[in-house]
Write a protein of this length. Structure first.
Length: 281
């Protein structure tokens, strides 16, 4: 009775009679056929909705994954490891900042050596401050056996480019988010930025030459003076020149002593009057 396969006998209430099989079958099939029709309509609607996106994905060259956001050090390093393993011809890197921890240097040396052993060329840009940190300089000097290394006083943010096809740049100052770029136009732009910096940089094993300045002010101190005049605070100056804040403040103290300044405001005035910013390194 629950499945509507029996019905009461109209002639005798004590008996049940079976529903004709054709009627029972129709009752069972009707909801199933209705559900099938509904699912077919849903399938057609989905196909119609996705059709424009299918056309986009079929374009040549593909436009998908031109920019991938990588969150967290684990995911960033995994993506860089894949690009390193797939690299076949050239790596371009920009590594701003000064001293690095032994762990970072060890991992960098291992990764760089593996790439060089495959016949891949590497060009790396550091800041001048690595020349004054024994551990970093020793690492760079050791890696320089198979890598071209040059230094500059100031650099853009960290950047890695593999085979002129994929690039990695930071998306946050704390380096916890990065962008993986595969758009040919973006990668080409970053390569041009690298080449311009490379032309201005000094090979690691060559001495950096500075034009002499008044009062025995060094080239680094002149760079700090320029940034002071532009209104940068100590933290910003240290970050741009790849040194810690304590070292930056020590140089500022030497500038104060050399120019006879007694305050930050007076130092800015004396810098502009001294002519040291008229010199170019």
């Amino acid at each position: 009775m629950d499945f509507a396969l029996l019905h009461p006998d109209p002639d005798d209430a004590d008996w049940l009679r079976p529903v004709p099989p054709s009627a029972a079958l129709a009752q069972r099939l009707h909801p199933i056929e209705r559900e099938i029709q509904e699912r077919r309509r849903h399938s057609l609607a989905l196909t119609e909705s996705f059709e424009p996106f299918m056309d986009i994905s079929a374009q040549d060259p593909p436009t998908t994954h031109a920019i991938t956001v990588l969150e967290g050090g684990t995911r960033i390093n995994a993506a860089i490891d894949v690009a390193t393993a797939e690299c076949r011809s050239e790596v371009l890197t920009v590594q701003p900042g000064g001293a690095r921890s032994e762990d970072i240097l060890s991992k960098g040396l291992e990764r760089g050596t593996a790439v060089v052993d495959r016949g891949v060329s590497i060009r790396t840009l550091y800041q001048h401050t690595v020349r004054h940190h024994h551990g970093t300089f020793a690492y760079a000097e050791r890696l320089a056996e198979g890598v071209e290394i040059r230094t500059l006083e100031e650099l853009v943010q960290r950047m890695l480019i593999f085979d002129r096809a994929v690039a990695f740049i930071p998306a946050q100052d704390d380096l916890t988010v990065a962008l993986e770029l595969r758009h040919p136009g973006l990668v080409s732009y970053l390569i041009n930025v690298f080449e311009q910096l490379w032309q201005r940089a000094t090979p690691l094993l060559e001495d950096v030459s500075y034009t002499p300045t008044p009062a025995g002010i060094s080239g680094v101190q002149r760079s700090i003076a320029q940034l002071l005049v532009e209104g940068h605070v100590d933290d910003s100056i240290a970050r741009r020149l790849g040194m810690n804040v304590r070292t930056c403040r020590a140089h500022i103290a030497k500038l104060n002593a050399a120019l006879g300044s007694g305050s930050r405001a007076q130092l800015g005035y004396l810098i502009s009057q001294s002519g040291i910013l008229d010199q170019k390194s």
